[in-house]
Design a protein around this ligand. Structure first.
Ligand code: G6P
Length: 607
């Protein structure tokens, strides 16, 4: 989604802005722009497509000035054209925006009635033009911006820059995150700490409803009521913002390979060394007293929740209700006493997940957040938080955050099973021992990268791919399909193996690869029947299983990917690796933009 940066510096702003925008690229965007004030004059440059287009433009039409704002736009209202790119401006104000101004039509009609003309199809232009009107009526830039902010509804992170003001940026937040970076005699604003990382590690996060007047030497924050607000300056850990590719061709490849380390971090965080206990400080929930778990999330995080439903129900015998966050609150599900609500999000900022959380506020006994960004909105609004410890995830297609989510959720399910007495201490200890061995097992799976790459070359020719799985392999089939379509643009569907005969079997022919995820477990024989049904119709089966499973599957497989043997409950975490590698190598074979696939955003901060 859109990224915002602002600089009040001691040096030329344009290169700093473009550099910071590069660090925001991972969020997904389709145009970019910057504005600066130089000798009192406000000016801007914008370009469609990748940042290199903006940089090229700046070579031919440089923009001087030490104060500036910048933006990467992910189009919502209006096509990704230069005219719709931010910054938007009135005569003496420029604005960058992340989010959606929901009442922009009403405000636009109001201004049109006063003879104001609009140049763009965006919801953002109204912010610039309304501020301009208030300034024309005699308000100061700050008052004009604040008066405008008070009239906006929807979701917004905003930064304003003004003609004639070389030491002023006004910012506001209602929904999407926005942070202030404190420098020495310099001040910055940005959508996240990653964007600000090379500039400063001293960060203040705005709360919802906050607005602020930022100069090189001062920050004055007011809350939604207009009262002065004291927001702490936090020191951001370097590892929380380290975003280099470390020699890899793509962030996604690096993040896939980081998974054994991430799993170790998760285990270290929640299972004390040498103990057979799970410690989750702050999660003061006695699951013995919990009647029902409600889970919600989006995208890959939803697939992690769907997997966890199997664990919570089977291991801890807790009924689980689960839905994608974009549907959850519109169903108006009753959330009754005895319910714990659980929200899972890598970014902690996904608008629908946050809205689902807010729906549960005051209804659920406890709200638990599982996030990768501890300063995020979901973290702040949860009664207790479990961190993913995955480090920054830059590839739009989530990989290491997914397996970290699965690991945290499995540990939580085991804790719940302990509280409820549905697993004995020995049974829990068995699983913890297996989990401790998982990073090594995962490394073995990662070593199969070349095998998967060869298979991916063949898959890259396909137009459709089916993924089948049963039990916890069903959500993983959905995740495998999601990964493939996200980055290779091949149409893919994840199905429960048993549903094959109820529709998808009609698609099977010699051109459709069918990826079957099936460790040799209790459900293996059932899935093998489905696999035979595919082979009988000329389908090209890629079986991902262990040696024994592949042996038992017999002849007729198109390809097989042999996984190391692992405890059945851990299989979805391990089997995520070949599913991710298959998507990655297929995308590389097709030559798509792996880390920033078209139309996708890393953090979806609008509904
Ligand atoms: C976007 C991303 C996905 C992610 C989903 C949920 O669609 O491209 O990778 O799974 O949002 O994001 P979250 O940050 O809430 O996990």
């Amino acid at each position: 989604m859109c990224g915002i940066i602002g600089v009040l510096g001691d040096h030329e702003a344009a290169p700093v802005l473009v550099e910071a925008l590069k660090r925001l690229e991972y969020r997904g965007y389709d145009s970019a722009g910057i504005a600066t004030v130089n000798h009192g004059v406000l000016d801007r440059r914008r370009a469609v497509g990748k940042l290199v287009n903006l940089s090229d433009k700046l070579v031919h039409e440089p923009l001087a000035g030490k104060a500036g704002i910048g933006h990467t736009r992910w189009a919502t209202h209006g096509a990704p054209t230069e005219g719709n790119a931010h910054p938007h401006r009135g005569r003496t104000v420029a604005v960058v925006h992340n989010g959606i101004i929901e009442n922009y039509r009403d405000l636009k009609d109001e201004l049109k009635g006063q003879g104001v003309t609009f140049e763009t199809e965006t919801d953002t232009e109204i912010v610039a033009l309304l501020t301009q009107r208030y300034m024309d009526e005699g308000l100061s830039p700050v008052d004009a911006a604040y008066r405008t902010i008070d009239r906006l509804s929807g979701a917004f992170a905003l930064a304003f820059l003004f003609d004639g003001e070389e030491d002023l940026i006004v910012i506001a937040r209602m929904g999407p995150p926005l942070a202030i970076g404190h420098g020495d005699g310099e001040m910055y604003v940005g959508s996240d700490a990653v964007a600000l990382a090379p500039l400063t590690d001293r960060i203040t996060y705005l709360e919802d409803g906050d607005r602020a007047v930022v100069t090189r030497t001062s920050v004055e924050i007011r809350d939604a009521n207009g009262d002065l607000a004291n927001r702490e300056i936090r020191l951001v850990r370097a590892e929380a913002t380290r975003v280099d590719k470390a020699g890899y061709r793509h962030f996604m490849a690096k993040e896939i390979d980081e998974q054994p380390t991430v799993i170790s971090e998760v285990i270290n965080a929640y299972v004390p060394a040498g103990a057979d206990a799970i410690e989750m400080p702050g999660i003061d929930v006695d699951f013995a007293k919990v009647d029902r778990l409600v889970m919600s999330a989006c995208g890959t995080a939803f697939n992690a929740c769907l997997t966890a439903k199997y664990w919570f129900e089977k291991l801890a015998r807790i009924p689980v209700e689960i839905d994608v966050a974009s549907e959850f609150r519109y169903r108006e599900p009753p959330v009754v006493d005895g319910t714990v609500a659980l929200f899972v999000s890598q970014s902690g900022e996904t608008a629908d997940t946050l809205a689902a959380l807010r729906y549960c506020e005051g209804k659920a006994d406890r709200i638990l957040g599982i996030v990768n960004v501890p300063e995020s909105s979901i973290a702040r609004e949860s009664s207790a938080v479990l961190e993913l410890h995955a480090g920054p995830e830059i590839g739009v297609a989530s990989t290491k955050a997914f397996t970290a989510q699965l690991t945290v959720l499995l540990l939580l399910a085991l804790k719940a099973a302990g509280d409820r007495g549905t697993l004995s201490a020995d049974q829990i200890a068995d699983r913890l021992a297996a989990l401790r061995g998982l990073p090594a097992v995962m490394n073995t799976a990662l070593d199969l990268g070349e095998t998967v790459e060869r298979i991916a070359m063949a898959v890259s020719e396909a137009r459709d791919v089916l993924f089948l799985g049963r039990g916890t392999m069903y959500p993983l089939a959905m995740e495998g399909a999601l990964k493939l379509k996200e980055i290779s643009y091949i149409h893919a569907e994840g199905y429960a193996s048993g549903e094959l005969k109820h529709g998808p079997i009609a698609l099977i022919d010699t051109n459709v690869p069918v990826v079957v995820l099936a460790p040799d477990d209790d459900l293996f024989d059932k899935t093998m029947s489905n696999l035979q049904e595919v082979i009988a119709r000329g389908g090209k089966v890629i079986l991902i299983s262990d040696e024994r499973g592949i042996g038992r599957a017999g002849d007729g497989l198109w390809h097989a990917i042999p996984m190391p043997k692992v405890h059945a409950d851990l299989a979805p975490i391990l089997y995520a690796v070949p599913a991710q590698q298959l998507a990655y190598h297929t995308a590389v074979a097709k030559g798509t933009d792996v880390d920033q696939p078209r139309n996708l955003a890393k953090s979806v901060t609008v509904e």
